[in-house]
Design a protein around this ligand. Sequence first.
Ligand SMILES: Cc1cc2nc3c(=O)[nH]c(=O)nc-3n(C[C@H](O)[C@H](O)[C@H](O)COP(=O)(O)OP(=O)(O)OC[C@H]3O[C@@H](n4cnc5c(N)ncnc54)[C@H](O)[C@@H]3O)c2cc1C
Length: 512
Amino acid sequence: MPNATEQPTDTYDFVLVGGGSAGCVLAARLTEDPATRVLLLEAGAPVEALPEAVATPPAWPSLAATEASWGERTEPQGPDGGLVALPRGKGLGGSSAINAMVFARGHRSSYDAWAGLGAPGWSFDDLLPWFRRTETALGGGTGRGTDGPLIVGPAAAPNDVLLALLDGAVSTGHRRALDISGGLEEGFAPVDLNIVDGRRQSAADAYLTPVLGRPNLRVVTGARAHRLLLDADRCTGVEYTVDGRGHTARAARETVLTAGTLGSAHLLLSSGIGPADELRATGVEVRHALPGVGRNLHDHPRANLVHRTRREVPAARHNHGEIIGLLRGPGAGDGGPDLQLIFIDLALPNPVAPVENGFSVGVSPMRPASRGTLRLASADPFAPPVIDPRYFTEEQDVRAVLSGIATARAIVASGALSSWGAEEVAPGPAVTSAADLAGYARRFFGSYCHPVGTCAMGEHENAVVDPALRVRGLTGLRIADASVLPSIPSNNTNATVYALAERAAALLRDAS
Ligand SMILES: Cc1cc2nc3c(=O)[nH]c(=O)nc-3n(C[C@H](O)[C@H](O)[C@H](O)COP(=O)(O)OP(=O)(O)OC[C@H]3O[C@@H](n4cnc5c(N)ncnc54)[C@H](O)[C@@H]3O)c2cc1C
């Protein structure tokens, strides 16, 4: 354990822990006031030291295996007990620097449900000004922003095979949406992407890099926070290491965790803030009992139907997944869409046979009921956490996937795909019974990489932060990242995190 006192202590107004999607937004917005001193700590590398593939959209799938990802796997999941890769970004930009660049709000129903989960004040209409503030939406659309830092829009020329699938969706009775990224529509359409002039635009690119010259902002990379400093019930700052040497940063106003769903919960637990029995059992002194920390972990699992085509699929120029559908399966009830289909211009690795030329359709339950945990492996704050999302432990998540597979098969079988000579390889045409399809989904899914909820916001006993994002029972400490979302929005998560961070910046400014 490094000696945290060997370096001088620095004091700032705000100390931000984690330079990902949320951390970059907060660093930029809080330092707009020249009198506000901000320290941003990031465990990973600066932008210029990240792999070149970060900037090259079609190369994104390679990034999970580089130093730009933490590289964790879950506990055994599913009937065969496989360890599921759960990448998360490491470096300025965080997960926005390695993600698939889909930029979409959840359907409004997913935010409107949060009040019923004990988190009032975060409905779609409450969030709308903050969504708008993040973006310049080139495709237009109702309620979209026109002058935010993220320049977003659908691919100008999606891959031909994906356009054929879109035609197939419409010809089999699905709605052609105008703006599937805006949170108001259902159906199929090209989705907005975080790609500008052929290059990825990460949170660092959009928010942080333009303000790095501000004298009131200090960014330290390679800085791993390992313990929050508590003075009775006040958080006064954080201990971190750089190159194995310990440092202390003090926050005169607030410390803000933006370390992500895995990182923020991990840091709280390592600091003795969490479920008391669990902390004691791991040998960590309980500094503040908070039963919800690390609970309510959930994510979107995604199963893929993989196809071989006789016609050659054109080389990818964008993010491979330029068109999505947001749908209601039979179990959706009144709660809004519960299923996403994503059309992918790659034949993904699959358990049946290697495919050189083809496409895939990803099927993901958007309102998963399964809930899991993040726990400490040991009292060593540098040991990776134990991650157990418990994917597909609730039958309704499997049922949603089955309805999505049926929809995908009908689309691929439509006349719109006839010139492509498409043949389903995985799970394969012989796999038709609900039990066999469920078995395929449970064994061969992957994470869609949207974990949320380990520090859920709310006013109930298991809430970790209140609706103003303050850690319950403490002062001087807030959390403002994907970990506070009470449930996953019904789409990819990044746009929601950006909006949350914009709102968090305003909450922090107004608290002075
Ligand atoms: C492979 C992949 C693909 C995805 N695809 C999409 C997509 O196409 N569209 C979409 O909307 N969403 C996608 N997501 C999800 C989306 O990117 C995330 O939900 C979002 O970026 C989360 O933002 P965050 O600020 O909560 O965390 P992050 O962006 O992950 O940032 C957390 C940061 O904190 C740092 N950190 C963690 N612990 C510490 C510590 N102890 N000390 C210092 N720093 C620390 C991390 O290194 C990281 O930089 C994807 C994610 C991944 C990983």
